[in-house]
Design a protein around this ligand. Structure first.
Ligand SMILES: [Zn+2]
Length: 269
């Protein structure tokens, strides 16, 4: 008898009032809340929401994420620190994507205003180029050039998106480099590995820019697809400003492929 009482008592928990309740009763409020939230999400929608929801049912995970990127705030600014650099003084904002937990950086010069045009560079991480000065690509010099231009303008943002290797990740980028060493170009190497030539997306970047207060911008890029990728999310891209850097013997072939096969606008190769 005592054992039965003890087993029953051990399954009970003390709530804040000091009462002892069984686990089943403890779960009930949470369950009711979940049902209420589900009911609200099903009922409290406009016709446009209903159509969008029908579309979602037909689409896959990617489309669902894209839908959330457009309609929900999916970034959080976690820290802001002062960042003096070789190219001037900035504030460095650390953002986190709530979709995948990935961190991205925004190097900010001056204060943002919805009415004022902001000079923006959206730079995708290239560890080999940005950190080691790799001459296989033009990423490092482009990043430095953009920092110089934003610093000189006294007002702008360099968004540093952690999508290494045009979105395929560091390991696959190394595999792609290995294939390029065997004679494939950058597009064929990615396709041989089973990837699209460019898997980058800019929805999270748009959200960070909007969170910073940017609405109108001049975009520093040679890539028209980046202009298209950033447009249409309540951001107005007023001008595309080229970021042309020196073409070297080592990156000349790569640059030509970017021009001929990826549509980059490059006047110097
Ligand atoms: Zn690079």
């Amino acid at each position: 008898m005592n054992n039965t009482v003890n087993r029953k008592a051990s399954r009970q928990v003390v709530v804040s009032s000091g009462r002892r309740v069984s686990p089943g009763r403890r779960l009930l409020p949470g369950l009711l809340m979940a049902v209420a939230l589900l009911a609200i999400s099903l009922v409290a929608v406009t016709p446009a929401d209903a159509v969008a929801r029908t579309d979602i049912n037909r689409a896959g995970i990617e489309q669902l994420i894209e839908f959330r990127r457009k309609r929900e705030k999916l970034v959080a600014c976690e820290e802001i620190v002062h960042m003096p650099t070789d190219f001037g003084e900035f504030d460095l904002h650390l953002y986190r994507s709530t979709i995948d937990g990935q961190h991205h950086l925004a190097l900010v010069k001056g204060s943002m205003s919805a009415r004022r045009r902001t000079l923006v560079r959206v730079h995708s991480e290239c560890l080999t180029g940005d950190v080691f000065g790799s001459r296989r690509c033009d990423c490092g010099p482009q990043l430095q050039q953009a920092m110089k231009q934003v610093s000189a303008a006294g007002h702008g943002v360099i968004l540093y998106m952690r999508q290494e290797g045009r979105g395929i990740g560091l390991h696959n980028k190394f595999k792609a480099y290995s294939l390029q060493d065997q004679g494939l170009d950058t597009v064929d190497a990615n396709e041989t590995l089973g990837f699209e030539p460019d898997l980058r997306h800019y929805g999270v970047g748009v959200q960070i820019l909007r969170d910073l207060g940017v609405r109108k911008l001049d975009l520093l890029t040679n890539n028209p697809k980046k202009v298209a990728g950033l447009s249409g999310f309540d951001l107005e891209i007023v001008n595309r400003i080229p970021v042309e850097v020196e073409v070297t013997d080592e990156n000349r072939t790569y640059m030509k492929i970017k021009k001929s096969r990826m549509g980059h606008i490059l006047g110097n190769c």
